[in-house]
Design a protein around this ligand. Sequence first.
Ligand SMILES: [Zn+2]
Length: 231
Amino acid sequence: MAKLGGMVSVADLLLPAPCAICARLPRVLCPDCSAALRWQVRRVERAGLRGLAAHDYDAAISATLASVKERGQTAVWARLTEAVQVMARALRETWPDAAVLCMPSSKAAMARRGVNPALLLCKRVARAAGLPMIGGLNLVRQPRDQAALGLEGRAANLRDSMRFDPPRGFDREVILFDDVVTTGATLLEARRAVEAAGAGLRVSGFCVLAETLRKSPPSHPNESMFSPQAT
Ligand SMILES: [Zn+2]
């Protein structure tokens, strides 16, 4: 298959994209699958860092993210309007004075995808929340793929892998953004990098699309903060 820009195939340009979840044509996220997603922001926490997550990392979210990350269907983000709205509202209500900082992509992922998918989602959420986004967080070395690593392995793999160069005069609290939180190792390394960059710099929390539930104990099923219906 001919490739354009390393990511978009000719078939992608000629055929409508199938639904990210059920793979039926012709919508990138069909109405049935879209309606089956249950966006409900809940409080999460990793190693003392508080966060907000809008969904469990379940099969539907996994398929949605695979469509964006492995097949370049970034148009899926535009279909997640309810997710963006509930995340934006929760962010604004929880940290009204914060700036939002997205997790960086590895060089290998950027070379493969051409974009940082989490950054595209982050822009939508920050804009809807009316909060500024900042950059300046970069990988200073390339960690190994961490899918197969556990909590300690991930932390060791990521230790001192990031550097934060804050914008000039920057003094807001920082909220970290990513698509998924699992062990939290990436977010915790980002917090270390941000807080190492200046005495006044502080990470107050994080916001993610989905949380990988820990197997034991069950993750706070009743701790919903902001349902889609909440005002
Ligand atoms: Zn579908």
